[in-house]
Design a protein around this ligand. Structure first.
Ligand code: HEM
Length: 171
């Protein structure tokens, strides 16, 4: 029975926390693209110099925008887009560290191939996703990369939910 590996059961609750973190990171990604903030930061790892002084949270995360005739190409100013972009990148660091730790723990502690493979899949998707994010910046948002970044986010969530469900399943 694949989920009968008691040595890793306790990581189920950490899987739930991971789902919350990943949901937040995906929402930040959607906020980045829908506010046309993808190309506001063109440098790695966080943004071009002076980003910290430019950060502003006043209107950057307002879910109800001011009334406008059209929202095409976004309605936020440069500093607000920069803030959104930077928060998505900082969120990526948190997501990477947390899910990377979870995958490593499950891999090390589990004794069944099922959990070892699930942890490997999660870690691989995580590395691919961060590489695609970096490629978005490095290659100035090619369509194929932007779409792949979206698809891999969904696969990442799928693999994390599967892992968490398997860890929590009572046998
Ligand atoms: C685990 C880490 C990450 C997750 C889960 C994630 C997820 C997402 C998602 C779901 C989107 C929305 C895509 C869309 O609406 O088409 C997005 C957009 C974006 N992400 Fe990430 N991301 C991650 C890491 C990164 C990193 C490390 C970078 C850059 C260094 C990055 C840069 C971007 C950019 C520039 C966009 C906007 C793309 C566009 O406008 O089409 N992401 N992200």
């Amino acid at each position: 029975m694949t989920s009968g590996d008691f040595s890793v059961k306790k990581y189920g609750r950490y899987g739930f926390i991971g789902i919350v973190i990943l949901t937040g990171q995906i929402a930040l990604g959607g906020w980045t693209s829908s506010n046309y903030a993808a190309l506001t930061c063109t440098e790695l790892p966080i943004c071009q110099s002076g980003w910290l002084e430019r950060m502003t949270f006043e209107d950057s995360f307002d879910v109800i925008p001011p009334e406008k005739e059209s929202y095409e190409f976004g309605h936020l100013d440069h500093n607000e887009r920069l803030t959104i972009h930077v928060v998505h990148r900082l969120g990526a660091i948190v997501t990477f560290l947390y899910l990377g730790w979870l995958a490593l723990m499950v891999f090390i502690k589990s004794q069944t191939p099922f959990f070892k493979n699930s942890a490997l899949l999660l870690a691989s998707l995580l590395i691919v996703q961060v590489s695609l994010g970096i490629s978005n910046i490095w290659f100035s948002l090619p369509l194929a990369v932007a779409v792949s970044h979206n698809i891999v986010a969904a696969l990442l969530m799928l693999s994390l939910i599967t892992l968490t469900y398997s860890l929590r399943r009572k046998i």
